[in-house]
Design a protein around this ligand. Structure first.
Ligand SMILES: *Cc1c(COP(=O)(O)O)cnc(C)c1O
Length: 373
């Protein structure tokens, strides 16, 4: 039986092999490996693509979140509000700068951060909100920015899963104060290793991040503050420049796959398909359904040769790493329910029609049997 992986990047790389190899050889032959011409060119191309003023290449999405907070001078004593239903990196960045993450629940239909819970969690110590555009769909940014403006808070968009996603025709990453992108290989725009970027329209924040990523100095061997080494590699930048040119085609392919899934599951009770809110251009980093008996369904799909994934099985307020904040089961009921019921299906942009049909059929048949049992 042929295995259907949740994501297989080898197909994408095979198709781009000549372009990628030319780019890689170019870097090796040029002999400049750290912040060379490809990093600068990628930063310009990426900023132009998004419609933003500045992009700064970094070595991961986690560092992008961390340096966004540093650039905003957020640290000990400050609180930063974010969703409990995200990858740990979102919260980790807040902790790394010495601030306190304040977790809030999600909207049960969209899985995105709930603006009313954000509003209710603001204190005199709150400095910023980090909305996460989860699964590639924009968070409710108009409500979030309204709340932020009322209270004088910064908005840091976590765009790790949402490159190319749009809200009312504007790309995510241009909707807040500053944005963090990840180019981890499995993201919609992925390097062949770790990589990330910060995007902002604010000149002061861009300059600060440029200094922080290279040991806190603007001039070599002169350091205004303690920074770190978080530069984007020249090789990764060269690879990302090649892939950026294909991103729109891959995004359209993902959306077409999502439409076929939606059509395939439309008549099946017991499967909740993703909600597309008005004005949202979802790039389907994940195609995530909601089902009862999720773990049984996942195990049976595995037996049928279909790999799926759970993003995420444990909300952040219940993670052992955050036990010191005192989160308890029942605190965030919608996120806890999502953690029990979400299942992400294979969505490589180059999955064959035949393989996708097999996924649809298996999920449909199993879901029907399980909900009848
Ligand atoms: C992947 C991811 C990150 C971290 O990005 P890295 O490049 O792996 O450090 C942060 N937030 C979210 C929501 C992510 O999915």
């Amino acid at each position: 039986m042929k295995q259907i992986p949740i994501l297989d990047l080898r197909g994408q790389h095979r198709a781009l092999r000549d372009e990628l190899m030319t780019a890689i050889e170019g870097v090796i032959d040029a002999g400049q490996y750290i912040v060379g011409p490809n990093v600068g060119a990628f930063e310009n191309e990426f900023a132009d693509y998004l419609g933003a003023r500045h992009a700064i290449g970094l070595n991961s999405g986690t560092d992008a979140l961390h340096l966004a907070l540093r650039a905003l001078d957020i640290g000990p004593g400050d609180e930063v509000i974010t969703t409990t239903f995200s990858f740990i990196a979102t919260a980790e960045a807040i902790s790394i700068v010495g601030a306190t993450p304040v977790f809030v629940d999600i909207d049960p239909w969209t899985y995105q951060i709930d603006p009313r819970s954000v509003q209710a969690s603001i204190t005199s110590r709150t400095r910023a909100i980090i909305p996460v555009h989860l699964y590639g769909s924009p968070a409710p940014m108009s409500e979030i920015t309204r709340i932020a403006q009322q209270h004088g808070l910064a908005v840091i968009e976590d765009c790790a899963q949402s490159v190319a996603a749009e809200l009312e025709g504007r790309k995510t990453g241009t909707l807040g104060t500053i944005a963090a992108f990840s180019f981890f290989p499995s993201k919609n725009l992925g390097a062949c290793g770790d990589a990330g970027a910060i995007v902002t329209d604010r000149e002061d924040l861009a300059q600060r991040v440029r200094a922080l990523r290279a040991h806190g100095g603007r001039k070599k061997y002169y350091h205004e503050e303690i920074g770190l080494n978080s530069r984007l590699d020249e090789l990764q930048a060269a690879i990302l420049r090649v892939k950026l040119r294909h991103l729109d085609v891959w995004t359209m392919a993902r959306r077409a796959i999502a439409e076929r899934y939606n059509a395939g599951f439309a008549t099946v009770t017991g499967i909740r398909t993703p909600v597309e809110e008005p004005g949202c251009y979802n790039v389907y980093h994940q195609y995530t359904i909601g089902v009862g008996e999720r773990d049984v369904l996942q195990a049976k799909l595995r037996e049928a040769g279909i790999s799926t994934a759970v993003y995420y099985p444990l909300p952040l307020h219940l993670q052992p790493a955050y036990a010191m904040l005192g989160g308890k089961p029942g605190d965030m009921p919608f996120a806890e329910e999502a953690a029990r019921s979400v299942l992400s299906l294979p969505i490589s942009p180059d999955i064959s029609d035949e393989d996708q049909a097999r996924v649809v059929e298996s999920v449909r048949d199993l879901a029907v049997t399980l909900s009848a049992a």
